[in-house]
Write a protein that binds this ligand. Structure first.
Ligand code: S6P
Ligand code: ZN
Length: 192
């Protein structure tokens, strides 16, 4: 068997940059269908299409035994009173867990069981290491005024199921009400 060589990447805790890395970008238009206020989404998109988040991956083979790792940077922003968030997903291999280590900013990590009947929301803050157990779908939300930056480690062969969340959404939403961060039931959530 060919030996895979050890290597370093460098993570900038201030910017979330990971070098060398491969970047993917998600704009509001990519996640617009999840937001509660459809009219506000339309109004924002009529003017601009803001960058909501970026993910920068260390390049690792997507094979059993390897650990994938990356940073995520969610920019501060809201549509109406709903904070910017990631698409969210389940791992195709449901039995694979993940860890999010927050480097900068303030966030919430929404997790749900595959049928959505169980839902938990953890706080994300510099130094928090959030454990996403096997089977839980996950979405992160930036609730602060600066970028939310976190470092993720997961099984490289886990795979990502976005289609389920596209259909169901998450059972909870994270909103600002009277200057407070609140977690509420998502009226648009559909049981899987
Ligand atoms: C991968 C891990 C994260 C997310 C990233 C963006 O398993 O959970 O790296 O990919 O935070 O979220 P999403 O839902 O667009 O992949
Ligand atoms: Zn994941």
């Amino acid at each position: 068997m060919k030996l895979f060589r050890p290597f370093n990447v460098v993570v900038d805790f201030e910017t979330g940059n990971l070098t060398p890395g491969k970047k993917i970008t998600r704009y509001l238009s990519d996640i617009q269908h999840f937001f509660l206020d459809k009219e506000k989404v339309k109004a924002v998109l009529a003017k601009e299409n803001p960058l909501v988040y970026e993910v920068i991956y260390a390049e690792v083979p997507e094979e059993p035994g390897h650990l994938a790792h990356c940073t995520t940077i969610i920019y501060p922003g809201k549509v109406g009173n709903e904070f910017f968030f990631t698409k969210g997903h389940l791992h195709e291999k449901l039995e694979t867990a993940e860890i999010y280590f927050t480097l900068k900013g303030q966030g919430r990590l929404i997790m749900a069981s595959p049928d959505g009947e169980e839902c938990e929301v953890l706080e994300m803050f510099p130094g928090s290491a959030s454990y996403i157990p096997p089977s839980w779908s996950h979405r992160s939300v930036n609730v602060g005024g600066e970028p939310l930056i976190f470092y993720c480690i997961f099984f490289a062969d886990a795979g990502h199921d976005y289609a389920t969340i596209d259909k169901t959404g998450f059972p909870k939403v994270v909103l600002e009400r009277n200057g407070e961060v609140v977690v509420e039931n998502n009226p648009n959530w559909k049981k899987a």
